[in-house]
Design a protein around this ligand. Structure first.
Ligand code: MN
Length: 269
């Protein structure tokens, strides 16, 4: 249980930093709408339902005094959270409601591979890329997030651009199988955040094993967050992110609001 501060205690450094404007809040979330791209799955798998807003009440109707909608959506739509139980390899692990809040607020680092992904949409992050990032920026944060910047957020307004598919399937960046296994087994990150429609590469259905980011990371009790935006506004290290999926009992994931807390430039002035 969290500690309860004594009544009348002085303002904390955290609240003080907020009230002085020393902390910026960056929204990493894509707006959820009926236009939100979803991942088309092979016909033998259940399709992911698109997001849909159903208006139930509107105050322009004489009988109504409120606006109220129903939402219809798959769990894995838009900026969303993958709980370990999403994948067969994590089936005995947490559903989305069981994920402790303490794990959902954590340091985040940003690895920028925009240039590589512009040259090759099938770019795969390898262990060596992360090791060389660490040489420059220090170790991946204990219990924190690795945010993988690919530039794909610039495509998220358009399903075709975002999925970048041809006859061979989608072409979007991801992790090599070895890199996914290494992150899962050799690091203590909480999870992986990406700008693409899923944590795996577009071609990952062909990999050995297939969908390695899902298999290894979720199987190790780590998490995924997808379709992030605005990673360009974060420093390589030093941000804290708040990942807030709905607390759905038995849920395998959920659309999520993802916010980053970053020291404001003025804080260094
Ligand atoms: Mn998902």
């Amino acid at each position: 249980m969290p500690h309860r501060p004594a009544a009348g205690s002085s303002p904390t450094a955290l609240a003080d930093a907020f009230s002085r404007g020393h902390i910026d809040v960056v929204d990493l979330t894509a707006t959820l709408s009926e236009a939100t791209p979803v991942l088309p799955l092979p016909p033998e798998m259940a399709a992911i339902p698109r997001f849909r807003l159903e208006q139930l009440a509107h105050y322009d109707d004489p009988a109504e005094i409120s606006l109220q909608n129903a939402i219809h959506t798959g769990e894995h739509v838009g900026t969303h959270f993958d709980a370990p139980r999403h994948w067969w390899s994590g089936r005995e692990l947490e559903d989305v409601a069981a994920v402790p809040a303490r794990r959902l607020v954590a340091p985040a680092v940003v690895l920028d591979a925009v240039r590589e992904c512009q040259q090759n949409p099938d770019f795969l992050l390898e262990v060596e890329h992360i090791l060389s990032w660490q040489e420059q920026h220090g170790p991946l944060p204990d219990g924190g997030w690795l945010l993988y910047r690919t530039g794909w957020d610039a495509r998220s307004h358009d399903q075709d651009l975002f999925l970048n598919a041809d006859d061979a399937g989608p072409h979007t960046p991801g992790l090599s199988p070895e890199c996914a296994r290494w992150l899962a087994e050799e690091t203590n990150i909480a999870g992986l955040g990406v700008e693409t429609v899923g944590t795996d590469a577009g071609q990952a259905f062909r990999f050995d094993p297939p969908f390695p980011a899902h298999r290894y990371l979720l199987g190790a009790g780590k998490y995924g967050v997808t379709q992030l935006q605005n990673l360009a506004l974060l420093p390589p290290t030093g941000a804290v992110i708040v990942v807030a999926p709905l607390k759905i009992a038995g849920g395998s994931g959920s659309p999520a609001r993802v916010l980053a807390l970053v020291a404001a430039p003025a804080a260094f002035g």
